[in-house]
Design a protein around this ligand. Structure first.
Ligand code: FEO
Length: 128
């Protein structure tokens, strides 16, 4: 699994460098870090994998609703990256080292490389 542009924090925890200026989204991102760590610690748990994927879907919907509510021009392309992740992650049947690397890399690089693009716009539009 190729590494992304941004380094994976170790321990794998949210920090201020992931701040997208929208408090509710920051809280969801923190929850995603937690759920990923819980899966990493219990890789054979189908429940933990499902909990993560369910929360990912909820989180993506939250962002996409904000894009729509504020008519953000990047919304359609951003949603496509969400859909691709859900498609790929839904195929996971066994949580290997490679799968964990993929999930962690994706989250870190998606927040820093993609979510950051809406930070100024949505915070400026009053999203909180
Ligand atoms: Fe925070 Fe676009 O996912």
């Amino acid at each position: 699994m190729s590494a992304g542009t941004f380094a994976i924090p170790s321990p794998f925890e949210w920090d201020e460098s992931f701040d997208v200026k929208v408090g509710s989204i920051n809280e969801q991102h923190k929850r995603l870090f937690t759920l990923i760590n819980e899966l990493d610690a219990d890789r054979t748990s189908a429940d933990k994998l499902k909990a993560l994927l369910d929360y990912v879907v909820l989180h993506f919907k939250t962002e996409e609703d904000l894009f729509e509510a504020h008519s953000w021009e990047g919304g359609v392309g951003h949603k496509a990256t969400h859909d691709k992740f859900v498609e790929d992650a839904s195929k996971v049947t066994e949580v290997t080292d490679g799968v964990m690397d993929f999930i962690k890399n994706w989250l870190v690089n998606h927040i820093k490389g993609s979510d950051m693009r809406y930070a100024d716009f949505l915070s400026g539009a009053g999203a909180a």
